[in-house]
Design a protein around this ligand. Sequence first.
Ligand SMILES: [Zn+2]
Length: 333
Amino acid sequence: MEKIRKYLAQKLRVFDSSKYDGQSQQKTLRELSLNGVVEYIKENENLKIITMAGAGISTCKYLPAGIPDFRSPSSGLYHNLEKYNLPQPQAIFDLDFFMENPEPFFMLARELLPEGFKPTPCHYFIRLLWEKGMLLRHYTQNIDTLERMAGLPPEKLVEAHGTFHTGRCLKCRAPYTLPWMKKKIIEGIIPKCEECDEGVVKPDIVFFGEMLPERFHDLIERDFVQADLLIIMGSSLVVQPFASLVDRVRSNCPRLLINKEKVGVQDRLSRLLGLRQGLVFDTKGSHGGRDVAWLGDCNTGCQLLAEKLGWADELRDLVKKEHERLDAEEKTD
Ligand SMILES: [Zn+2]
């Protein structure tokens, strides 16, 4: 069985984390519930937490489903693209197509740009984890820059699908900032490079046909084997390679999912073969379960978690203070 497992791990290029298990410390959840996770956080000093997030953490009153993840085929983004006459909907994020015709992308970008969006309590909860010295890294699928806006330092952040925060000329690689690009995009002008006068400036979001950022590949190798707790929030865990990151933590590292529904669940074949593929909820008896699902809205989940940790006031004050600051900034713009 062990041989088969190793062979398949290699063949299917599934991450085989068993080789790291030797270093694992004997920390486990006493109870497979949110309370169990809270106790675990309270009891363990110098805890290293990795958070992973998807569109579900960026919900706001304008877009209750979150700013959609453009890489997800089920994303609502693709429903309204008929007017652009695309060969297929995903072409809007296809690099070759963009080189030929960048217009549809920039028209859509006008709707996508983080205008009037503010970070949510969930974003500020992640910032609190950082302020308390517990955040090893935050991995996000979101391109909306809300993590940065929430004050998470760039070195703690991996924007797996890139970001609108910066852009680059496709011809001479000259860098541009979000405010510069935003101004053009909102005016309905295709941003052209001021250095070479030729290239189109493309926001640094990862198009189809582009590699994920180097930073992503470098840091997943280092981070996940070190984590003592993984918190996954508002992701459908469908888009690869992001989804399979949950398999990279050590085999006894507790994983908490805060999401509207259970996702990323291990399928039967993987379970039979003993492969680490996905989350395993509802383990019975003394099977050493470690995965907890808290089902509901990400903000509610984070607020509840903060409350149980005794951070409720701190989180509320932080959200209030930061939102006031952002409102004031918007007015002076
Ligand atoms: Zn240029």
